[in-house]
Design a protein around this ligand. Structure first.
Ligand SMILES: *Cc1c(COP(=O)(O)O)cnc(C)c1O
Length: 397
């Protein structure tokens, strides 16, 4: 076996994974790792959670897939549960985050076109965003390393600078603006959390000008920040929201949530998916949501996040030559480094058996499962600290 026949789009770590349990991951050579990547914020309940495993097994013996031309009870149940626990009235199920974003972008434009304003096509994203890899998603995020070489920029996509209030106001006041798309807490882009008053300000301005707000909570949603949805911290809500990653606990699933008003253009035949919302995915999604949307899980996120934040602040003051900044929200933690983040990740993996994710702005991301225990959190800090020691010796100026 080799990676020779895989399209070479990933710079893979030299670690062959075999199995996982909770926050532990084992490679084929038997090495045990503490996994604070969690499938990039996807295995919210850790690996092989017994109730998720059971949900897959039970459903696998009943029915995997039918077309959306039939009623799928699990889909109706998960849509009910998502709407009960959010601002939304309706849901469209997808297989991934980028498809959920795609549906969100289409829903926004279609809303305006169905409501007598077809000229409203402009969608504004923010620098440092990540929305996935489909054409709509790469154009919305406009990260040059993801768009270059893929043809002309799609019409109607524009970028705003995080914190450039004048440009944001002008964009929203523009009569051809359809929507703003933003991650309340950026994931890949370096874990920047948009201040709560800015989110509320966006809501007011968008309401004033008839512009829709799309939140991409693919990474920061599903309990990651200590509330089910990250925007709940700001006491406001979007019109449309893309969700995925932890919604399936590791099983591929995504969802586009919307208010009835925002979804008013999404009528019979205008959108669809073969696999989206299939019975197997729905069974896992229902179970994952029911386990994550509990005071127990959400309180645990807040408790563990508080502990980690405090400990990491301590490490930052002890290792100013390694750690520049600690940011993010809840268990979406970004640590901005002095040494190269990719090299630090490899060092943490190889010397401390600690798995962490990369991120923009030379950050590493700590994205442990939401049910991480305090003992595991302590272990995470011990390993991270040891990695800082090794980094200090290795890269001492
Ligand atoms: C991962 C991610 C996506 C894309 O999800 P895929 O399932 O990889 O398509 C979109 N938005 C954000 C914020 C993400 O973190």
């Amino acid at each position: 076996m080799s990676t020779n026949h895989l399209m070479g789009v990933y710079n893979r770590a030299p670690l062959e994974v075999e199995r996982g349990r909770g926050a532990r991951l084992w490679s084929t050579d038997g090495t045990e790792y503490l996994d604070c990547v969690a499938g990039i914020s996807t295995n919210g309940l850790g690996h092989a959670h017994p109730e998720l495993v059971q949900a897959v097994k039970d459903q696998a013996e009943k029915l995997w897939h039918v077309s959306n031309i039939f009623r799928i009870p699990g889909q109706e149940a998960l849509a009910d549960a998502l709407c009960e626990s959010s601002f939304a009235d309706v849901v469209f199920f997808t297989n991934s985050g980028t498809e959920a974003v795609e549906c969100a972008l289409k829903t926004a434009r279609k809303y305006h076109s169905a409501n007598g304003a077809p000229e409203r096509i402009d969608i504004y994203g923010f620098d440092g965003s990540f929305h996935g890899r489909t054409y709509g998603a790469i154009n919305a995020a406009a990260n040059p390393s993801y768009t270059e070489g893929f043809g002309p920029a799609m019409q109607g996509f524009h970028q705003l600078k995080w914190g450039d209030h004048d440009a944001i106001k002008a964009a929203i006041a523009n009569p051809t603006t359809a929507a703003i798309i933003v991650e309340p807490v950026q994931g890949e882009g370096g874990c920047r959390a948009m201040p709560e008053q800015c989110l509320r300000g966006l809501r007011e301005l968008c309401d004033e000008h008839g512009v829709l707000i799309i939140f991409d909570e693919v990474q920061c949603g599903m309990g990651r920040t200590g509330k089910l949805w990250a925007h709940e911290w700001a006491g406001m809500s979007p019109d449309i929201m893309a969700v995925a990653k932890a919604l399936g606990g590791g099983f591929p699933i995504g969802a586009c949530l919307a208010t009835a008003r925002a979804a008013s253009g999404m009528t019979v035949g205008v959108h669809g998916s073969t696999f989206g919302g299939n019975p197997l995915a729905m069974a896992v999604g229902l179970k994952a949501l029911s386990l994550i949307n509990t005071p127990e899980t959400l309180n645990n996120v807040n408790e563990i996040a508080g502990y980690l934040k405090q400990q990491l602040a301590g490490l930052q003051s002890r290792f100013p030559d390694v750690i520049v900044d600690v940011r993010g929200k809840g268990l979406l933690i970004g640590v901005k480094l002095v040494p190269n983040n990719r090299e630090f990740m490899a060092l943490a993996r190889d010397t401390q058996q600690l798995l962490i994710a990369g991120g923009g702005d030379n950050c590493v991301r700590l994205l442990p499962p939401l049910n991480l225990t305090l003992d595991e959190a302590r272990e995470l800090i011990v390993r991270f600290e040891a990695a800082c020691e090794v980094a200090r010796e290795k890269w001492a100026a």
